[in-house]
Write a protein that binds this ligand. Structure first.
Ligand SMILES: C[S@@+](CC[C@H](N)C(=O)[O-])C[C@H]1O[C@@H](n2cnc3c(N)ncnc32)[C@H](O)[C@@H]1O
Length: 286
């Protein structure tokens, strides 16, 4: 990581450390917290069982939680303080595993602190947190073809090297494995003045991809078989930020892609209700 990229990692690290340690979990806009995407009832119930600090320090923009993951190995890229990790921990159950990866030690410190409490609450221990970069999963020992489901919630926009992120996702997924993620997208290529603004970067706006950029990176990573599960207008909720983004329109989307496409063990579900990771034995869709 050199030059501009290392500056971006450092800016993002500082941004989320400040939110978590100094600002009581608050960011400057409604982008990472308040998406209008419907959260399934079962997920809401699990969230209500989580410690307050984890819920307060949640910075996602969607609900990339598959419903049939029992026994699966799930990797959460940019897990933050671990809200989605602990939700999925309950869903995969005692025979599954959830790996939460984040580059920020302050976020991970909060996540780790609740590990024992959560495993005693759920009745099993299946969570591992790793400090590292989603652009280099090999560096934290995540092997080729070892993951059933990769999830991520409002993180990939923050990467200065999205090609490496999607190539790594493709590498670590099993054949037929699923990428299920939520992120902020722009309706056009982001102008340089927005891209270079640390506030807009940290708020998940400066690094958002437009549909053409996304399509290109998915195709070049071998993940061209994808479907947009939901798309809602991104709430901004801050006049200063609204002025800075000018005419750019943002949406929060949840997207599902299958490694290996139609020939893999999964088929692309056509509705949110049908979504399933479907790659872990009994829960496979026909
Ligand atoms: C908007 S927050 C979302 C956190 C979490 N997914 C949630 O829903 O609460 C973005 C997170 O991604 C992490 N992150 C950003 N860039 C990363 C990278 N290149 N590799 C790993 N983690 C990264 C940040 O440290 C931060 O915790």
């Amino acid at each position: 990581m050199e030059g501009r990229n290392s500056e971006i990692y450092e800016a993002v690290r500082k941004y989320y450390s400040a939110a978590t340690k100094e600002k009581g979990g608050r960011l400057s806009s409604s982008v990472c917290c308040c998406s209008a995407e419907a959260v399934p009832k079962a997920v809401k119930v699990i969230i209500s069982e989580l410690p307050g600090e984890i819920v307060t320090k949640y910075y996602g923009c969607g609900s990339p939680i598959p419903d049939k993951v029992e026994g699966c190995t799930v990797l959460d890229l940019g897990c933050g303080t671990g809200r989605d990790v602990y939700v999925i921990s309950k869903l995969v159950g005692a025979l599954g595993t959830v790996i939460g990866l984040d580059m920020n030690e302050d976020q991970l410190e909060v996540a780790e602190r609740y590990k024992a409490e959560m495993s005693s609450k759920w009745g099993f221990s299946n969570v591992v947190f790793k400090k590292g970069y989603m652009e280099d999963l090999a560096a934290v020992g995540i092997e080729d073809g070892s993951i059933d489901v990769v999830i991520s919630n409002c993180v990939i926009n923050l990467s200065p090297d999205k090609q490496s992120v999607f190539s790594e996702i493709h590498r670590v997924l099993k054949d037929g494995g699923v990428l299920f993620f939520s992120d902020v997208f722009a309706d056009r290529k982001i102008p340089e003045e927005i891209r270079a603004n640390p506030l807009l970067l940290g708020e998940c706006l400066g690094g958002a991809m437009c549909p053409e950029e996304f399509d290109e990176v998915m195709k070049s990573s071998g993940l061209s078989n994808y479907e947009i599960i939901s798309s809602v207008e991104t709430p901004i909720g801050n006049k200063e930020i609204e002025a800075l983004i000018g005419g750019v329109k943002y949406s929060s989307k949840t997207i599902r892609a299958v490694k290996g496409g139609e020939s893999g063990c999964c088929r692309i579900a056509t509705s949110y209700a049908e979504q399933s990771s479907c790659c872990c034995g009994a829960t496979r869709l026909s």
